[in-house]
Design a protein around this ligand. Structure first.
Ligand SMILES: NC(=O)c1ccc[n+]([C@@H]2O[C@H](COP(=O)([O-])OP(=O)(O)OC[C@H]3O[C@@H](n4cnc5c(N)ncnc54)[C@H](OP(=O)(O)O)[C@@H]3O)[C@@H](O)[C@H]2O)c1
Length: 284
């Protein structure tokens, strides 16, 4: 290991935005720790990356983010490597058209899109505080946070009334609020470190997400000329991961490499704190 080696842990690297990001980060010399639930997709992604970046260093952490025990195993496997984290990119996500539960009994989008990255970050908290002097966290959020008018804290599990876009939007709003509270926790624990922690909206990207929903298919077909490639969708995340101009900035929501003002409900600091406490209880 050279002292200049940079380590990145990225979830959802087997397709779409995450795969494009992994390729770009490999091209920039990062050693990659990639989370995937499918060995076959992991190996296909490795083949793709190494065909373009011979010698790319990739370690797969296999686990299903819909199972909190798998999240714990992923964190344990990473920690056993004894590496620091220069970049943690929480990207994996999904959109379901019906209310399906995770192994732990949580609504699937809440579980995979929010609780899994929340728990993973909590388990890596000490490593994020230690290690190098500078650490970045990037969260792939979404403009879909606008689908809800406020964070649904009363029925986070969508037991009373399930609507796909509300549940998805709520999980993406949770991503945004998580990005606002995490810097406070990390800066409190490691005041001498420089953290750069932000989230972004990738735009409307032609990936597999949402295509099992009829409206998703219709939108993909109707908007095909305007749909972004995965590489384009990853651009703002890569900007937040690497660009010197954002170093030290935290809690921002970016689109097209520029910070955007969030709607008031996404800036609700009290809701964000309550979300943090509730999430901690749910993963404990
Ligand atoms: N596409 C868009 O227009 C758009 C817009 C706004 C935000 N986003 C966000 O962008 C992120 C990436 O999505 P994408 O559009 O690139 O979709 P995608 O191509 O479907 O990629 C999603 C990634 O997440 C992984 N994943 C999903 N469920 C998982 C689970 N239970 N355990 C482990 N990994 C899991 C997938 O693994 P598999 O390959 O095994 O399925 C895949 O690698 C998501 O957070 C999404 O909310 C996308």
């Amino acid at each position: 290991m050279t002292t200049s080696q940079r380590f990145c842990l990225l979830t959802g690297a087997t397709s779409g935005i995450g795969q494009a990001a992994a390729l770009s980060l490999a091209q920039q010399g990062y050693e990659l720790f990639l989370v995937a639930r499918s060995e076959a997709k992991a190996s296909a992604t490795s083949a793709l990356i190494t065909s373009k970046v011979p010698g790319a260093k990739i370690t797969w952490l296999i686990g299903d983010l819909a199972k909190l025990d798998d999240v714990r195993a992923i964190a344990k496997a990473f920690l056993s490597e004894g590496k620091s984290i220069d970049l943690l990119w929480l990207n994996a996500g999904l959109c379901f058209n019906k209310r399906v539960l995770t192994t732990d009994g949580y609504e699937m989008m809440l579980g995979v899109n929010h609780l899994a990255p929340f728990l993973l970050t909590d388990l890596l908290f000490e490593t994020l505080c230690e290690g190098r002097n500078k650490t970045r966290v990037v969260v792939t959020a979404s403009g879909a946070y606008r689908a809800v008018k406020a964070l649904n804290l009363d029925d986070m599990n969508y037991e009373s009334e399930f609507k796909t876009f509300n549940a998805y939007g709520n999980s993406k709003l949770a991503n945004i609020m998580f990005t606002k509270v995490l810097p406070q926790k990390l800066k409190h624990a490691a005041p001498d470190k420089t953290f750069t922690i932000n989230c972004f909206h990738p735009g409307f990207v032609g990936t597999g997400i949402g295509t099992q929903i009829w409206l998703g298919k219709v939108l993909m077909a109707a908007l095909r000329p305007f749909i972004r490639s995965s590489a384009k969708g990853a651009e703002t995340g890569l900007f937040l991961a690497t660009d010197p101009s954002v170093e030290g900035k935290c809690g921002g929501y970016y689109y097209n490499c520029e910070e955007e003002e969030l709607l008031p409900h996404a800036r609700d600091a009290a809701a964000a704190e309550t979300l943090w406490a509730k999430s901690m209880a749910m993963v404990s």
